[in-house]
Every structure is written in structure tokens, then in C-alpha cells.
Ligand binder design. Sequence first.
Ligand SMILES: [Zn+2]
Length: 273
Amino acid sequence: MKVFISSDMEGTAGVVDWSQCLAGQPDYDYYRGLLQAEVNAAIEGAQAAGAREFLVNDSHSKMQNLRPDTLAGNARYLSGSHKPMYMMEGLDASFDAIFFVSYHGSMSTSSPLSHTYNPRAIAEVSLNGTVVGESGINSLVALAYGVPVVLVTGDDITADEATRVNPEAHTAVVKTAISRFAADSMHPAQARDLIRTRAEAAISALADARPPRITLPATLSVMFRNPDLAEMATWITGVRRSGNTTTEIIEDDPLRLFRKFVSVVLLTRGIAE
Ligand SMILES: [Zn+2]
């Protein structure tokens, strides 16, 4: 049994500030250790339920936050940028389950360090009318390969958001959001225990899991922080202006939809403040 793990960092118990999760900052090494322990807890829980193969796709910042030799489960490690499929690089139909570890909520929520791919460019994204964060957008790739998202770890808002698209997913809520820069976190040791338990339950219940609930053709609406960004986005084929700061993409192929969204992210990055 093969598990694909997309690991971010903002959803780790104790993390509430950018300085804690950006390489080069004094506290970064400490917090990357907490992240690594949560990733390993997810792997160990899955192993307890019979999973044997793991691919960890490091999806945070420069995507090189973990230490390969201390990954549990002899996991393979997909790291570094640029990755065309971004937070979902490496997924294919050979996987049985997907974990989103240490995820955060969307830009328009009070989830700690909330953003949707690019906080300087994107104000809000909705999928078929539902506001989604990275978990919902990344679920397009899960749908394309028919692999269920079975575990989401992070704060309470993130768990809520992820289960709108993946109703059967197990969640490990390791902190309660107070604001975009504050949270009430479990003790890291308890957070790991919870993640381990929920990962084991998620793999044990795999027979009941289903791919993400996204009706096709799907409409992805992106609200930008200013109209210049929306205008540039329409230069990509298939991206249509739907308002002063909003654009819309309608696609029947979830992979093509995700790719267009990533193209929008990369294009607008160049002019974001
Ligand atoms: Zn991140």
C-alpha cells in the first residue's frame, strides 16, 4: 500500500509566525524539527495500519524543509523547487491514499498564517461556489488520479475547509485558531500522538474512502488583491475575467484546471507587491 504525503509547515502545533517557518530565521531549525516529527507520526500511524511505501512531497516555501535520513518508513523524499505540479508533484494512480500534513487555511479565513498559494496576489479562491484553500485546490489532482485524501492535519479551520471537499477524510486538529497570527496548540508530543492515531484510523478505513467530491466540469474562481493581477491572469488561455478583481476557469479535466491555476500563480507572482 502506497501513501502520498504532501507536507506544508504552517499547520504544525506551535507554529504561528512566518519567522518560525522561513529558512534563515533563528527559530526555523527548531520548528522544522516539530514539522518533521509530525510527518513521521503520520507515516508511523499509516505503517501501523499496513501501509508500506511512502512518498513525502515537501510543499512548503522552497520545499526543502525536512531531513531525508530521519524520515520514518524509509520514505522517498521529493524536494526542491521548481516542481510543475507544485504541492502535488509525484502523485499518480499507483498511490492508494493521500495525507495533507501541516496544512493551513485559505487567505480569507483566520487560520494561522492563512493564504492561498500566494498571499501577495490571491485574496480568495472558490471551487464550484465553495471557498477552498490549498487542500481543496490540490484535491483536483487527487481527483484526476482517483486517489482519496484520507488525512488532513492542522488547525480547526483548515480541517473544516478540507472536509468540505473530502467529507470522509480523517482530521488531526493539533491547534485551535485564534487569529492569523495566534493559536492555542496542543503539546507537540500530544499532537504527534493524535496524528499517529488518526493516520492509522484513516488507512484502516481506506475501503470507505472516496476521491474528492468535485463536480465536473468544475468552475474555479480566483479573486485577486487588485485588478492588475486579474488582467494579467486572463492572458492565460481559458482564464476569463468575471469582475473587477475576479477571474474564472471552467474545465472538465481536473488536471488541466489545476495546471491553469498553477500557471496563474506563477504568472501573477511577478507583479505581486
Ligand atoms: Zn507553507
